[in-house]
Design a protein around this ligand. Structure first.
Ligand SMILES: NC(=O)c1ccc[n+]([C@@H]2O[C@H](COP(=O)([O-])OP(=O)(O)OC[C@H]3O[C@@H](n4cnc5c(N)ncnc54)[C@H](OP(=O)(O)O)[C@@H]3O)[C@@H](O)[C@H]2O)c1
Length: 261
């Protein structure tokens, strides 16, 4: 019996980096599940690439539940790679922008990862697409101290992300020590989450690998036309997360090399 090729799932993949990550995974011999919130655009992208499509809006818990049930039904053998790529970078900065950005970029990743965790096969990789824009030194010394990666729990990290949104909504984010960037704060959360997940899963007998990655500044709709990189180079930086040393405590990489955050 010949073994089936490994199976990968990518979020936010109807365009931009997610779509290119699907293409590169397909070319590496993976079976690929391309997911997108808009079924029509997602199906079209999957059709062009010759890969499978499933609908997923990472900001809708019911959509995540449906996806998990569908993957379990269609692929009981489980997943080898999950690339949590879906994200937004909205214009402006107010309570609504903070709420949508944190809900999509941080809680969207958390929902997808926690939902799919039981479906991961031994040795599977979780690649969380973050950004070097999410630098911890944007935070006050007091908030940085609370981001202690040895002791912070996932629910404490989520509470910090909720606190950021509440502080922006109440107009007190500066006094509370937060920066004036919802995108940067959400990505600090994503990179921290990769470290906490890696720590929490260290004893999992499946030997799962969790890493956060930065694609660099890429010419997509989000990155704009002045971005320094092509989508191909950005996507290969994301996929270099599959090859980084599993046991290294550092869990944030760009182009396969440890990056600062
Ligand atoms: N481009 C850069 O320079 C850069 C730099 C650092 C990090 N990143 C990160 O790389 C990732 C991909 O960015 P990109 O440049 O490819 O951006 P993009 O071209 O704007 O694509 C973003 C993708 O995310 C999807 N998405 C947004 N909200 C979603 C939701 N609630 N559920 C499911 N999908 C959702 C979008 O779907 P719709 O088409 O439906 O909107 C789109 O497919 C993001 O996490 C981004 O933060 C990008």
């Amino acid at each position: 019996m010949t073994a089936r090729p490994p199976l990968a799932l990518v979020t936010g993949a109807n365009r931009g980096l997610g779509r290119e990550v699907c293409r590169q995974l397909r070319d590496r011999g993976y079976r690929v599940i391309l997911t997108a919130r808009d079924a029509e655009r997602g199906r079209a992208a999957a059709h062009e690439l010759g890969v499978e499509f499933l609908q997923l809006d990472v900001s809708d818990p019911a959509s995540v539940d449906r996806l998990v049930a569908e993957v379990r039904r269609l692929h009981p053998e489980g997943l080898d790679v999950v690339v949590a790529n879906a994200g937004v970078a909205l214009n402006g900065f107010d309570g609504n922008v903070a709420a949508t950005t944190v809900d999509t970029n941080y809680f969207g990743v958390l929902r997808v990862v926690e939902g799919l965790l039981p479906l991961l096969r031994p040795g599977a990789h979780l690649v969380l697409v973050s950004s070097g824009v999410g630098q911890r030194d944007l935070l006050s010394a007091e908030l940085r101290a609370r981001l202690d990666l040895e002791t912070l729990t996932r629910s404490e990290l989520s509470a910090l992300m909720h606190q950021f949104v509440a502080d922006v909504q109440a107009g007190r984010h500066r006094e509370a020590g937060w920066p004036g960037t919802a995108y940067g704060t959400s990505k600090i959360g994503v990179t921290a989450l990769a470290h906490l997940l890696a720590r929490d899963l260290a004893d999992d007998p499946r030997r799962l690998d969790v890493v956060a990655v930065c694609p660099g500044w890429v010419r997509t709709e989000m990155g704009g036309p002045n971005g320094e990189r092509t989508v191909e180079i950005g996507a290969s930086s994301i996929l270099s997360g599959l090859d980084v040393p599993r046991d290294a405590p550092h869990r944030f990489y760009r182009d396969g090399a440890p990056a600062n955050w």
